[in-house]
Ligand binder design. Structure first.
Ligand SMILES: Nc1ncnc2c1ncn2[C@@H]1O[C@H](COP(=O)(O)OP(=O)(O)O)[C@@H](O)[C@H]1O
Ligand SMILES: [Mg+2]
Length: 387
């Protein structure tokens, strides 16, 4: 059986375990924190800090068929990159591409040079604008500015993070994303997903279905992903985040690492497994699964203080000792610490359907069952305030 070592047991690690199991792999998760949630989901938890016990970690790596970092700790990523030629198994990560994607200034420059449509840079656009740090993630330090004095405040936030600013047109529309896998010379784009945000601009739900946007726009986003990946010589996985505005797609950023949430939604909807593709591409034999053409809804919920709410992935990330539970409240699969009668619990609920409507209906039925079975009045489903 193929063994995969996943380094990091938080959100990306849980995603990697879900995908690896769906591909039929034996999963080893390594994290220095014994409370990391992916440890309870995998086949073989290893509590170890690869930076402190390098020999021990290398021994674990070489007992596997591939190693994938599921974390964004630069020192650890650099260490993994430095041992990739000695550990004897593929490292499913591209540090050079990660370094490019880690700088929005640098990646925007590269994307502009290959003709990717980006939000207009300030001051060539009207207000409102977005002021964001070049090298952070998870919406840290992002602010909206309606005038020059707001821009100054935004710049102050970026300076306090010791970072450089990106100031650009605030674009409105559906948030979409696509994964791209490259082998160092050619790249392939996969499936478009829609990313839905909660009131804190954190991702609470991902939808995968053929009606997210027109076929033309899906082809265009795929083309953009492939062009960018090939221009940076991507030798692993990245995702492209964009907004579908009334004037067309505008790309917000690329991230060259395993994302959380979107691949699980794609796997549930289409049967295409991004981790399996990454693994098989690394050995020169892409799995090339054909989409089964279905739809899915992937969402996080939290029950706390007697209320059931949609939850952003970061709130979900504090789940303790979760397990997979297919069928929970009628979903197809879940990651959860739910127990009947428990005062506080979290769940990621994944539902499939033949089309968008069917997947939506089944996702809503799942929420209704939680309300009925746990005697909860209503589901509080936050959305971002409109700008
Ligand atoms: N130009 C923009 N117009 C509208 N919203 C934006 C823009 N840039 C960023 N955002 C919002 O801020 C979030 C974080 O920005 P992003 O560029 O994805 O950086 P990161 O995810 O690395 O923090 C996006 O998901 C989006 O909601
Ligand atoms: Mg982002």
């Amino acid at each position: 059986m193929t063994r995969i070592c996943i380094i990091g047991g938080a959100l990306q690690g849980m995603e990697a375990v879900l995908l690896a199991r769906a591909a039929g792999y034996h999963t080893v998760v390594m994290d220095r924190k014994p409370t990391a949630p992916a440890l309870s989901l995998c086949d073989e938890p290893v509590v170890m800090d690869p930076l402190k016990d390098r020999d021990g970690a290398l021994k674990v790596f070489s007992s596997c068929d591939a190693v994938i970092p599921a974390c964004e700790e630069m020192e650890l990523l650099k260490f993994l990159d430095s041992v990739k030629d000695t550990m004897g198994v593929p490292l499913l990560f591209d540090l050079a591409a990660y370094n490019i994607s880690n700088s929005k200034l640098r990646s925007n420059e590269i994307m502009a040079s290959v003709g990717v449509p980006l939000p207009q840079p300030y001051p060539h656009c009207g207000f409102p604008v977005i002021v964001k740090p070049s090298s952070q993630s998870s919406s840290i330090g992002v602010s909206v500015a309606y005038n020059e004095s707001d821009v100054e405040k935004g710049l102050e936030i970026v300076r306090s993070l010791n970072d450089k600013p990106v100031i650009q047109e605030f674009v409105h529309g559906k948030s979409v994303s696509i994964e791209v896998i490259g082998n160092g010379s050619t790249a392939r784009s996969y499936v478009t997903t829609e990313v839905c945000l909660d009131s804190n601009y954190d991702c609470k739900m991902v939808k995968c279905n053929p009606s997210i946007m027109s076929e033309e726009d899906c082809i265009l986003l795929g083309r953009i992903g492939k062009d960018v990946a090939e221009s940076i010589g991507l030798k692993a996985l990245m995702d492209v985040e964009a907004i579908l505005t009334p004037k067309g797609l505008r790309v917000l950023e690329i991230d060259a690492r395993i994302p959380s949430q979107t691949p699980a939604a794609i796997q549930a909807a289409t049967g295409i497994n991004i981790l399996e593709e990454l693994m098989t591409t690394a050995i020169g034999k892409p799995a090339d699964r054909v989409s089964t053409g279905g739809s899915s809804v992937y969402r996080h919920v939290i029950f706390k203080d007697g209320e059931l709410r949609s939850s952003g992935e970061h709130i979900f990330g504090s789940v303790r000792e979760p397990r997979f539970e297919p069928g929970l409240f009628g979903c197809d699969n879940s990651i959860t610490d739910y127990e009947p009668g428990k005062k506080e619990w979290r769940a990621t609920l994944i539902t499939r359907g033949n089309d968008e409507e069917d997947a939506d209906r089944r996702a809503a039925a799942c929420i209704q069952r939680i309300l009925d079975e746990c005697s909860i009045e209503e589901f509080l489903d936050g959305t971002p305030e409109m700008i």
